[in-house]
Design a protein around this ligand. Structure first.
Ligand code: DGL
Length: 271
């Protein structure tokens, strides 16, 4: 296998990162990919930074053993609390979802007021605020955790009255802040775009970190001469840490295509 043919490695706490993988498939169809969903330990969004960082290292070690050419932390929570530590410890380029989303949000806002929604851990970490204010310190950032969105999406309730009511309740304060840009700071939220734009109104631009991350990956691969040559057979592998059953049924909805080559694995724990 040549340098260019080596796979892109992606990990997430579970199924959600498939929204990022979907964008990678769209933007980089010639790339081989390996996706790891840590389904035995999902959700990460309610855990401490120390625990999530330990999980990130274990996931990264697994993907490194598969000789990936670039590592993507598709999980907003894991990117928020462990990106720097993972970057320092592994030799391949590491891409998280926060910086690409923050960059797109900073470019989109006109009134310099941005909302960020995500898991408790992501919002508590202020990762998006820091990344946005590093670009423009004059931008105000308001964060609100929306933990119920994850189970709603996994249940397939991406539309309808109940989901709209939950969104209205979570976003009531946000609507008072006069924001013009809202970052969907969690892997599951791109599936709620319809409801979120209905609740926030036409005047608010939704930023999909998954799309921005695929764009960032493509830029890094091109800059390092690592983009795969089109026209070859492409392979996509999936690994999960719990039974593949739920991952398969829900995951195919996230990905919009069939999932093959899936295997349950046991991660090596840190001692
Ligand atoms: N993947 C997580 C994120 O983007 C959401 C699910 C979880 O809490 O693990 O933050």
């Amino acid at each position: 296998m040549t340098e260019r043919q080596r796979p892109i490695g992606i990990f997430d706490s579970g199924i959600g990162g498939l929204t990022v993988l979907k964008e990678i498939f769209d933007r980089l169809p010639a790339e081989n990919t390996i996706y790891l969903g840590d389904t035995a330990r999902v959700p990460y969004g309610i855990r401490s930074p120390e625990t999530v960082t330990r999980y990130s290292f274990e996931n990264t070690r697994f993907l490194s053993s598969k000789d990936v050419k670039i590592l993507v932390i598709a999980c907003n929570t894991a990117s928020s609390v462990s990106l720097d530590a993972v970057r320092r410890s592994f030799p391949v380029p590491v891409v998280g979802v926060i910086e690409p989303g923050a960059k797109a949000a900073a470019a989109a806002t006109k009134r310099k007021k941005i909302g960020v929604i995500g898991t408790e851990a992501t919002v508590r970490s202020s990762s998006y605020s820091r990344a946005i204010q590093a670009i423009d310190p004059a931008i105000e950032v308001f964060g609100i955790p929306c933990p119920l969105f994850v189970p709603l999406v996994e249940e397939g309730w991406t539309d309808g009255q109940i989901t709209e009511m939950v969104a209205e309740r979570y976003l009531a304060d946000m609507r008072q802040k006069d924001i013009d840009t809202l970052v969907l700071g969690c892997t599951h939220y791109p599936l709620l775009k319809h409801v979120l734009s209905k609740v926030m109104g036409d005047g608010v631009t939704l930023i999909d970190s998954a799309i921005e991350t695929a764009h960032a990956i493509s830029t890094i691969l091109a800059a390092q001469g690592l983009t795969n040559i089109p026209g070859q057979l492409v392979r996509h592998e999936f690994y999960v840490t719990d039974s593949p059953q739920k991952f398969l049924s829900v995951g195919e909805r996230f990905l919009g295509r069939a999932i093959e080559n899936i295997e349950k694995i046991q991660l090596e724990m840190e001692v």
